[in-house]
Design a protein around this ligand. Structure first.
Ligand SMILES: Nc1nc2c(ncn2[C@@H]2O[C@H](COP(=O)(O)OP(=O)(O)OP(=O)(O)O)[C@@H](O)[C@H]2O)c(=O)[nH]1
Ligand SMILES: [Mg+2]
Length: 318
């Protein structure tokens, strides 16, 4: 058993080993998870969470690395979570990222961690926010969440951020692919990376068109900016930081940040509750309570809806 209060205290002091241990507990859905989350709760709420999403190879890790440098320059402590919803392994696809991030390996103001689903119940959509809490409690002021690939779970993870960055690169169909995957709807800031390549301006135009940025918006509406970058040379990255800060200020002024966070917390509770309920119902297969209800349905004494109500009520009473 882990000494949870001691571990959390060490993490609060920013000790990397304690942070790593806590994230492992979260990722592995440890029986001590509840104790960990309870101890972390009062230490959270200070980090700003930025999600980065986009097609494989678009330059998310390179951008993340450049963003770390930019935030370190202004003295912010940075946490990075690289999540791979499709991979059952931690490592593997992310190995290259680790190498790319190695510039920051010796910086005590930076904490980098990768996560994979490992196939456990609830998956990453559930464990990523808990890992974010660990980094938050450990004093990370900015947390960058890179999701590998484009799909529904990526969109889900990215939408857990305070500000979502969608990356694209010049080349045929990238924008269309992003649109299909639904990630075009979640961007607060768009980045066209690899602007050193031909076609960057065309991609910006295409994006402008697809986002309807040319259309009139109500005064005070957020108009997602499109920033061109060459992440590999850290060009345009300060502009990305600026856009992120602008979006944050815009949300804070209107109380939207608090709203977003509250909605996010509500979804999280919902996921945990549904997962718990599903676990209990799953355990019921072959249970007498369920077969008794089923028999009553067969005999015409009960309809399946009323039976389900009875079942859920019974489960939630313990
Ligand atoms: N020409 C050019 N290449 C870049 C730029 N940014 C990144 N790259 C290269 O693009 C490749 C992919 O970059 P990554 O940062 O690993 O991309 P990613 O989106 O994290 O990739 P996955 O994690 O596999 O989805 C690498 O070879 C980078 O060196 C850029 O601005 N210009
Ligand atoms: Mg990457």
């Amino acid at each position: 058993m882990v000494d949870v209060p001691d571990l959390v205290e060490q993490a609060r002091q920013g000790r990397p080993r304690a942070v790593a241990r806590l994230i492992s507990l979260v990722e592995g859905a440890s029986p001590q998870l509840r104790a960990v989350m309870a101890a972390l709760a009062p230490l959270t709420g200070n980090a700003y969470v930025v999600g980065l999403t986009g097609s494989p190879g678009v330059g998310k890790s390179t951008s993340t690395s450049a963003l770390i440098t930019a935030y370190r320059k202004i003295g912010k402590r940075v946490g990075v979570l690289a999540v791979d919803p499709s991979s059952p392994f931690s490592g593997g696809a992310l190995l290259g990222d680790r190498v790319r991030m190695s510039d920051h390996a010796s910086d005590p103001g930076v904490y980098i961690r990768s996560m994979a689903t490992r196939g456990h119940l609830g998956g990453l959509a559930w464990s990523a926010p808990q890992a974010i809490r660990v980094l938050d409690a450990a004093g990370c002021e900015v947390i960058l969440v890179e999701t590998v690939g484009v799909g529904q779970s990526e969109v889900e993870i990215a939408s857990q951020a305070d500000t979502s960055v969608v990356l694209l690169a010049p080349g045929m169909g990238d924008g269309i692919q992003a649109a299909k995957a639904g990630i075009l709807e979640i961007g607060d800031v768009y980045v066209v990376n690899k602007a050193d390549r031909e076609g960057a301006d065309a991609t910006v135009r295409e994006l402008n068109h697809m986002l309807g940025l040319g259309e009139a918006r109500a005064a005070g509406d957020w108009r997602p900016p499109i920033v061109k970058t060459v992440a590999a040379r850290a060009e345009g990255v300060d502009e990305v930081v600026e856009a992120l800060e602008k979006h944050r200020a815009w949300m804070e002024e209107r109380g939207i940040l608090a709203e977003r966070r509250s909605r996010r917390a509500a979804r999280e509770v919902e996921t945990i509750a549904v997962t718990a309920l599903r676990e209990r119902i799953g355990d019921l297969r072959g249970d007498r309570r369920l077969s008794a209800l089923a028999d009553r349905i067969v005999r015409g004494e009960l309809d399946p809806y009323a039976a389900a109500d009875e079942l859920v009520a019974g489960l939630t009473q313990g």
